[in-house]
Write a protein that binds this ligand. Structure first.
Ligand SMILES: Nc1nc2c(ncn2[C@@H]2O[C@H](COP(=O)(O)OP(=O)(O)OP(=O)(O)O)[C@@H](O)[C@H]2O)c(=O)[nH]1
Ligand SMILES: [Mg+2]
Length: 487
């Protein structure tokens, strides 16, 4: 039976959905969810999308723009007064003028775009597009919503004892062994446990391991909640079906875990996730290839958990009436500009493999789904480079200062040709240990793949006008996501 707090939550979701529904009647609005784990490429994607629409990008496959039916796309004041505005102009200047990527996102922000267009039958219309950006870490928390403290503890401890994680978690696990869950609650023990657990999560994220499944997300991106009790807890070795004795350490951890869900996770779900109409899920598979098969496996598990949680809270009659259902979802493998186009199909195949299992289980099976390899901002060009007798399909770009390959450390100014490695054609067994060699188990020169970080492309302003940003298939993504609403 639903608990009182679940019913209250349902009522809130429905009230919010009803408001959105009323607004939508007068003013056709689409809330586009740009979803992705940390560093997947959300902020860059949103910036490139807004730039392409407002400035008129080179988007041959985005039919309404290519055929001239979009008269104008402009930024407008956003609907939610309590959410900061997406720093679009700043991100764009960082990309174009400084040739740097924007910093990692630390808080939620929002942007509204109004598109004036002509329907195919000639009628003038507008479509409002609301886009939200947020730190990818927060996404990892959604699966916690329907997990008890005990279930979460069991899962995260099992994970921390596997594969490359076991060594990283050693410090936390040693402290855990000294804790008795039934002993009286103790603030110092809890503080130490939370700190060591956070250190472990942070170390897992190092590019050598590139692990994805690292909840609770705010432990890595605490924002204004840093140091608060809701962020000071850790998993304990407790039975999955047990109940915590009053006044125990276990009871204290459990209370804080529940507070974390109430204060942090539910509002994010309610105010953002439950309101989306369309989703693009950005996936950085190449960082996982850099790190090794365990990282790919971890990425798959993290995405499965997130897709599962797309459906929570969609049960009551009232909510299903008004609440938007995600009816289109695009999975995009980002940063495809790190590969020669001959490998793009393979990147799409890998992503299909990653999402296939997750999709089969999720309620999204009714939605239109597509998979595409994209680069929101293309940082490289292609070239054939002579190596011995062969010509290798290579990519040209300017590695970020400090990146290194074959013993050379790049200065951030020199353009180099690299051969990143062909993605495998055979996908069976790719997600199990030993399938290929990554940075988690070997040095860089022994790894099968090495995707360097490149600086954004060098662009020139002609007569002061902003240059278009080069991209790969950003137009195809747009056509799938909003093309039908601009018919
Ligand atoms: N070459 C290339 N690199 C990209 C592209 N998009 C993103 N990147 C790289 O990926 C990094 C992360 O991109 P962001 O857009 O900041 O990722 P995010 O999903 O917003 O990450 P968080 O804010 O941490 O959640 C950037 O700093 C770039 O190094 C792209 O289209 N091409
Ligand atoms: Mg970001």
């Amino acid at each position: 039976m639903a608990s009182l707090s679940e019913l209250v939550e349902e009522a809130r979701l429905s009230a919010r959905a009803l408001l959105d529904y009323g607004d939508g009647l007068f003013n056709p609005t689409l809330r586009l969810g740009v979803t992705g784990l940390s560093r997947a490429g959300k902020t860059v994607f949103i910036t490139a999308l807004v730039h392409g629409l407002t400035r008129g990008g080179k988007f041959p496959v985005f039919e309404s723009l290519a055929t001239g039916r979009i008269a104008k796309a402009r930024l407008a004041p956003q609907p939610d007064d309590a959410v900061p505005r997406f720093a679009y102009e700043q991100h764009l200047a960082t990309l174009i003028d400084e040739r740097r990527w924007p910093n990692s996102t630390t808080d939620i922000s929002e942007l509204r775009l109004v598109i004036d267009y002509q329907r195919k039958n000639g009628a003038e219309r507008t479509l409002t597009l609301d886009i939200v950006d947020y730190p990818g870490e927060w996404l990892l928390d959604l699966p916690l919503l329907n997990k008890s403290y005990e279930a979460w503890s069991a899962e995260s401890l099992a994970l921390s004892r596997q594969g490359p994680r076991a060594a990283i978690a050693a410090g936390f696990l040693a402290h855990l062994a000294t804790l008795d869950p039934a002993a009286p609650e103790n603030e110092q023990f809890t503080l130490t446990a939370a700190k060591l657990f956070t250190d472990y999560l942070r170390a897992c994220r190092d590019e050598r391991f590139a692990m994805s499944l690292l909840p609770p997300g705010r432990f890595l991106m605490p924002g204004n909640l840093a140091g608060s009790p809701a962020l000071t807890f850790a998993p304990l070795d407790v039975p999955a079906d047990g109940s915590a004795p009053d006044g125990s350490l276990w009871a204290m951890m459990k209370r804080r875990y529940e507070a974390y869900k109430d204060v942090v996770v539910r509002p994010f779900y309610r105010d953002h996730f439950a309101r989306l109409d369309r989703q693009i899920v950005l996936v950085d598979a190449l960082s996982a290839f850099n790190a090794g098969p365990e990282a790919l496996h971890d990425l798959e598990a993290a995405l499965a958990g997130i897709l599962d949680s797309f459906r929570i809270g969609r049960s009551s009659i009232l909510s299903t009436l008004f609440r938007p259902r995600v009816d289109r979802i695009l999975f995009a493998a980002t940063k495809a500009d790190h590969l020669h186009h001959l490998s793009h199909d393979r990147l799409e195949d890998v992503l299909k493999q990653i999402v296939r299992k997750a999709l089969a289980r999720s309620e999204l099976s009714g939605a239109a789904v597509d998979v595409v390899a994209i680069a929101a901002v293309r940082a490289t060009k292609e070239a054939l480079v002579q190596q011995g007798r062969d010509k290798l399909p290579s990519i040209l770009g300017t590695p970020v200062a400090g990146e290194s390959a074959n013993g050379e450390i790049f200065d951030g100014e020199t353009e180099v040709a690299t051969f990143p490695g062909d993605l495998p054609t055979k996908l069976d067994g790719l997600f199990t240990g030993g399938a290929f060699t990554g940075l988690s188990s070997a040095t860089a020169d022994k790894a099968d793949y090495r995707f360097l970080k490149f600086r954004p492309p060098l662009l020139v302003r002609e007569a002061g006008a902003e240059p278009a940003l080069p991209h790969i298939r950003l137009d195809r993504a747009l056509q799938f996501l909003i093309g039908d609403r601009l018919q």
